[in-house]
Design a protein around this ligand. Structure first.
Ligand code: C2O
Ligand code: CU
Ligand code: CU
Length: 517
């Protein structure tokens, strides 16, 4: 394996930053990171990185927003069994006006759609065909599926292989989810190639659906496209901070347009399916009423907000009434503690980005009255076990045969992920409290597989802020220096992973797994 080389100039700026952060600097080429190994690392290539990225004016925009196409759909009130085929395959997608298509990887169902739009109680039997030349798995992010159907990296589908996933959606699981690959150390690379798809699980007792509120699934993904409109390999900066991408898409469209009736109320199911891009979403100050989070509806709708922060992998459901005219859905700047090695000099989320335009047309509609109570949620009882999850980072430069290299490690409780190590054992049905302690210099979004958790409090600089509402989460953001306390109860046995959902950090080791017995 070839080691990465850096010019001294770059090295010194890295070391200076490393010292300032009291972090060691370590860089290495991990054999698993094929993308990194192929990345150009000479100074010239680095300095011209921004000029090598796509001129965004070449992208098609302003087209009508399309709803994701379903692979399975059940909009009745009776549970069904679905048996379908899903292909993980290369695809050419045309994002530009100038007929240059982007080579990507896609989930393509036998209906050509890939969204799962299902009802609680439905059974899914999905045969996944891997047409890639590397192993993959499918993880049903947030769905409480049995551990052996969860897409664990050890359950990889070999190239040209097939695997059947089968599970039944339990009562109470209604919500907005998504699925994505979870192979050993290749998750960020595969998601960067375009693998992600939405899931909606419905309940026969959804008060917003009963009130007849129109809904839209908005799944956000991002791509890093070069001047040839092709997906770039990860840079060092991107491994460290996570890929934010230069092209932010909604339902795979660049700056589409949604037409609605003036004064009509809509439920937006927002999914952050990017690898590492924090989305601070705004509708130009228009009030949004949060009604749901990762694990479905909240107990009650929350006070209106004019901004929504969606960390990678998080979902949020909001209701919005659109006034006559036009509003822009934008992603506002968000500082997650970007570690700049002075190589790209560019922080993608330092600017406001237009995501989607909403225009009103037609007759004035009657705005909806949102029900106050959305569904009963019981607070989890007192925890009998308390665990600490300490997030740390470690970077170290080394000199090897006259070449500089760097290893980046992201850890939980001082250890990098080992696919063969079980970090601890927990009891099925037992309530645990986890204190997620972020001792790094940047945000990390902590995700747990299996059942959902409830956020108890957030502590920062000694000040503890208890959670203000009840809802089910599977991912929670932690800012540098914060401690986030959660309560979780796993209701099924088996091995469950937990990790940072900045997927590059997951691949670099910020992941663990435990056995629920
Ligand atoms: Cu989206 Cu291991 O998770
Ligand atoms: Cu997950
Ligand atoms: Cu992270």
């Amino acid at each position: 394996m070839q080691r990465r080389t850096f010019l001294l100039k770059t090295l010194y700026s890295v070391m200076a930053i490393g010292l300032a952060r009291r972090a060691h600097a370590q860089i290495t080429d991990h054999s698993a990171h094929g993308a990194m190994a192929h990345h150009e690392s000479n100074e010239e290539a680095i300095q011209s990185a921004s000029s090598q990225s796509l001129d965004l004016r070449r992208l098609r925009s302003g087209e009508a927003l399309l709803a994701p196409l379903p692979l399975v759909i059940n909009k009745t009130l009776t549970p069904m069994r679905h048996e379908v085929q899903l292909h993980v395959q290369p695809a050419s997608i045309m994002y530009t006006r100038d007929q240059v298509s982007t080579q990507m990887w896609r989930y393509v169902g036998d209906t050509s759609g890939n969204m799962l739009d299902v009802l609680e109680g439905d059974t899914l039997k999905i045969t996944v065909h891997n047409h890639l030349s590397e192993p993959t798995t499918v993880h049903w992010h947030g769905l409480p599926v049995p551990a052996d159907q969860d897409g664990h990296p050890k359950d990889a589908i070999a190239p040209r292989g097939t695997r059947v996933y089968e599970f039944t959606l339990p009562q109470g699981s209604a919500g907005t989810y998504w699925y994505h690959p979870h192979p050993h150390q290749r998750t960020s690379a595969q998601v960067a190639m375009g693998l992600a798809a939405p899931i909606v699980v419905r309940s026969p007792r959804d008060p917003l659906q009963t009130a007849g509120i129109t809904e839209h699934v908005l799944m956000f993904t991002s791509l890093q496209l070069d001047a040839q409109a092709q997906i770039s390999a990860h840079s060092m900066d991107e491994m460290m901070n996570g890929r934010e991408g230069n092209v932010l898409l909604v339902n795979d469209q660049y700056q589409p347009m949604l037409m609605v009736q003036p004064n009509s109320t809509h439920r937006l199911r927002l999914i952050n399916a990017t690898s590492a891009r924090y989305l601070r979403l705004s509708l130009g100050g228009l009030p949004m009423t949060p009604v749901g989070s990762d694990g479905g509806l909240l107990e009650k709708s929350l006070p209106i907000q004019t901004e929504i922060l969606l960390a990678p992998s998080e979902r949020m459901e909001v209701c919005v009434t659109f006034p006559d005219g036009m509003v822009e859905l934008q992603a506002l700047p968000y500082d997650k503690g970007w570690m700049d090695m002075g190589m790209s000099g560019m922080k993608p989320t330092a600017q406001t980005v237009d995501v989607m335009m909403i225009h009103t047309q037609g007759a004035k509609a009657q705005s909806a009255n949102l029900p106050q109570r959305l569904r009963p949620i019981e607070a989890l009882p007192a925890a009998t076990v308390v665990r600490q999850m300490v997030l740390t980072e470690h970077m170290q430069m080394s000199m090897d045969h006259g070449q500089h290299s760097m290893v980046m490690d992201f850890m939980i409780n001082g250890q990098k992920h080992d696919v063969n190590r079980i970090d601890f054992v927990a009891k099925q049905g037992q309530v645990e409290q986890w204190d997620i302690i972020n001792q790094t210099d940047m945000d990390h979004v902590f995700h747990i597989h299996g059942d959902h958790f409830q956020v108890v409090s957030v502590e920062e600089k000694g000040k503890v802020t208890p959670a203000t509402h009840l809802g089910w989460k599977d991912s929670v953001n932690t800012r540098a220096g914060q401690t986030v306390r959660i309560k979780i109860r796993q209701n099924q046995k088996g091995i469950r992973m937990y990790h940072c959902h900045v997927l590059e950090h997951e691949d670099l080791g910020m992941m663990g797994q435990y056995d629920v017995q």
